[in-house]
Design a protein around this ligand. Structure first.
Ligand SMILES: *[C@@H]1O[C@H](CO)[C@@H](O)[C@H](O)[C@H]1NC(C)=O
Ligand SMILES: *[C@@H]1O[C@H](CO)[C@@H](O)[C@H](O)[C@H]1NC(C)=O
Ligand SMILES: *[C@@H]1O[C@H](CO)[C@@H](O)[C@H](O)[C@H]1NC(C)=O
Length: 244
């Protein structure tokens, strides 16, 4: 069993070089997130550290395809399970999401928050309503996609938490939608990752969110389109951006 697990692990890390969010920096403090390798530790009976990153089973570092947008796996990736601890950020502060690596330079980058309405370690993930607080598509002048900016920025992305967001226990959902195959129906690839982050401050706004299974549909104009032309417009997928 150990040999099989080791083999799979090596395969996952070398054959398919997609990344995942392995850690965050909130207001200058680094916090480790869920590591894909933890799955093998669990299988081998090794105790894993508790981190704010949600458990998920994307062992081949793969994606959620558009024909699974209405499946709960779109919430926080494949078979995701709540993290038991939370990081902390002040409203108005920043969260830097660190990807292990990222190979695809076509596609938007998005960040959502969902108020757990209580403890994020026990909330039913299918009830979480996500508010989009950060989105980036393509710079029409340079034709540079957000995912290329992420790569150039050491495979990281920094989101500012709106200052007026009410304090509370939140799930942050950070996502790259790789669109290099978007010319084909169901050719886009979603890579969502979730972390529990408590928001502090004196904000008073509780914006209404959207269930993750209602965020996207396979024929959305920003999901099913030809990216291999000079882009003069782009509909960033998902609900309206809320910046407070
Ligand atoms: C949180 O704790 C529960 C119960 O011990 C466990 O099943 C779950 O895997 C933990 N979550 C993570 C992300 O480790
Ligand atoms: C697009 O890129 C150009 C050149 O780097 C920059 O001046 C401009 O501000 C960018 N546009 C947006 C909307 O970010
Ligand atoms: C790049 O990101 C990694 C974590 O993914 C970090 O360890 C490293 O210090 C970063 N390098 C720079 C130059 O910021």
């Amino acid at each position: 069993m150990i040999k099989i697990a080791t083999f799979l692990c090596v395969f996952a890390r070398t054959a398919l070089a997609h990344g995942y969010v392995s850690g965050i920096v909130t207001n200058g403090v680094y916090t480790e997130g869920w590591q894909v390798g933890f799955w093998y530790d669990i299988v081998n009976g090794v105790t894993i550290p508790q981190t704010p990153g949600w458990y998920e089973e994307e062992l081949d570092l793969g994606f959620i395809p558009p024909d699974e947008y209405q499946n709960p796996n779109i919430i926080c990736h494949k078979n995701a399970v709540n993290a038991n601890v939370s990081a902390t950020v002040a409203a108005g502060g920043t969260v830097e999401f660190q990807w292990t690596t990222w190979p695809h330079n076509i596609g938007p980058v998005l960040t959502y928050v969902a108020n757990c309405g209580g403890n994020c370690k026990s909330v039913d993930k299918t009830t979480l309503k996500f508010v989009k607080i950060d989105e980036s598509g393509i710079n029409f002048t340079t034709q540079t996609w957000a995912s290329a900016v992420l790569i150039a920025n050491n495979n990281s992305w920094t989101t500012t938490v709106p200052k007026s967001l009410a304090p509370g226990h939140y799930v942050f959902r950070h996502e790259i939608i790789a669109c290099h195959g978007a010319t084909t129906l169901d050719g886009a690839q979603n890579y969502p990752f979730c972390l529990n982050i408590d928001v502090t401050g004196s904000g008073t706004e509780n914006p209404t969110g959207t269930l993750a299974v209602d965020l996207y549909h396979e024929t959305d104009p920003g999901i099913y389109f030809d990216p291999y032309v000079t882009m003069t417009s782009y509909d960033i997928p998902g609900p309206t951006l809320w910046t407070g």
